[in-house]
Design a protein around this ligand. Structure first.
Ligand code: PBG
Length: 328
């Protein structure tokens, strides 16, 4: 064979040690956030499987505590809480009630594990009878400005309960400004806001709507969540949120929107979060249960892809499993 001059990329792949030495990205326990659904129930043993999300449950406060205890032993650093109230109403009042279920859960977790970073999802859809993220007008429109005050009240209630980070997921305009002002006024100047800045009107939230019982009873979320066809618009959303005082900006869903993670990483200095949503979890689980994919392999691959795209932190329903894997 004549002497050919070509690139030998395989040289650096010859052994596990060499591959590790040149590895560019890594998923670390401190990057990962686990999601929990906490239900308001009289039954302390309540632990209801979410059929479209095998391995995930709606949990009573006691069950949540048990679940988190196990996860913390495996190295859990942070979790994101969603609430399922016993009663819903037009204005989602349980979202900002002092004894709302998420507020109770935050107090419980922070009492047990002061060092655990407890993130509160701030939205109305789990608490409203109509299932929308904002106030609904008589014409069925989702009203922006009247919703802001309720979101701000929810954020303050969560911060009072001890939430470490407030994460507004409603996609109303101006909510970061409203929440920042309310938090500051209530004395929570050091409570960061992680904004769901680039949040799409996505079909990948399907299983979540079973999990959190928050599906809209009419219409959809397309007048407030972003059009999946748009990329540049995400830059405007993220810039606005940062301008209004967001500390961390998020892209959601995750895997189909890795371009947006990269775009935010390249355009802003703030930490970027990626949310691997319920539908992404369910797809991997379903394929794995059929024997079509190797679960551990694709889960690690999907998470390192977020890091490669530029995410600092990753919200994933696989967090507990991954912590076990990382611990060997
Ligand atoms: C609340 C909220 C949703 C999700 C997170 N917060 C539902 C929605 O916007 O419709 C979805 C999370 C997931 O699918 O895992 N607004």
């Amino acid at each position: 064979m004549p002497l050919l001059d070509f690139h030998r990329g395989r040289r650096l792949r010859t052994s596990p040690a060499l591959r590790e030495m040149v590895r560019e990205n890594e998923v670390r326990p401190q990057d990962l956030v686990m999601c929990y659904f906490v239900a308001e129930t009289e039954d302390p043993d309540f632990r209801k499987p979410i059929s479209s999300m095998p391995g995930q449950y709606q949990l009573s406060l006691d069950q949540l505590e048990r679940q988190v205890a196990g996860a913390v032993k495996n190295g859990l650093r942070s979790c994101l809480l969603f609430g399922i109230p016993a009663e819903k109403d037009e204005v989602g009042s349980q979202a900002y009630a002092e004894d709302g279920i998420v507020q109770q859960a935050i107090r419980r977790l922070k009492t047990n594990w002061p060092e655990l970073i407890v993130i509160a999802d701030t939205c109305l859809c789990e608490y409203t009878s109509h299932g929308h993220c904002g106030i609904v007008s008589s014409k069925g429109e989702i009203k922006n400005d009247p919703t802001l005050d309720l979101l701000a009240r929810a954020a303050v209630a969560q911060a009072k309960a001890g939430a470490d980070i407030i994460a507004p997921s409603d996609m109303m305009d101006g909510r970061v400004a409203a929440i920042r002002a309310a938090l500051d006024e209530a004395g929570f100047i050091n409570t960061p806001i992680m904004s769901y800045s680039v949040k799409y009107a996505s079909g990948f939230y399907g299983p979540f709507r079973e999990a959190a019982e928050g599906a809209p009873k009419f219409g959809d979320r397309t007048t407030y969540q972003m059009d999946p066809a748009n990329g540049r618009e995400g830059l405007r959303e993220a810039a606005a949120d940062l301008d209004e005082g967001a500390d961390i900006i998020m892209v959601k869903p995750g895997m189909p929107y890795l371009d947006m993670v990269r775009m935010l990483r390249d355009n802003f200095d703030a930490p970027v979060a990626a949310y691997q949503v319920s539908g992404e979890y369910s797809m991997i689980k379903a394929a794995a249960q059929n024997g079509w994919l190797d679960e551990k392999t694709v889960v690690m691959e999907s998470l390192v892809a977020f890091k490669r795209a530029g995410a600092d932190l990753i919200i994933s329903y696989f967090t507990e499993d991954v912590l076990k894997t990382l611990n060997g």
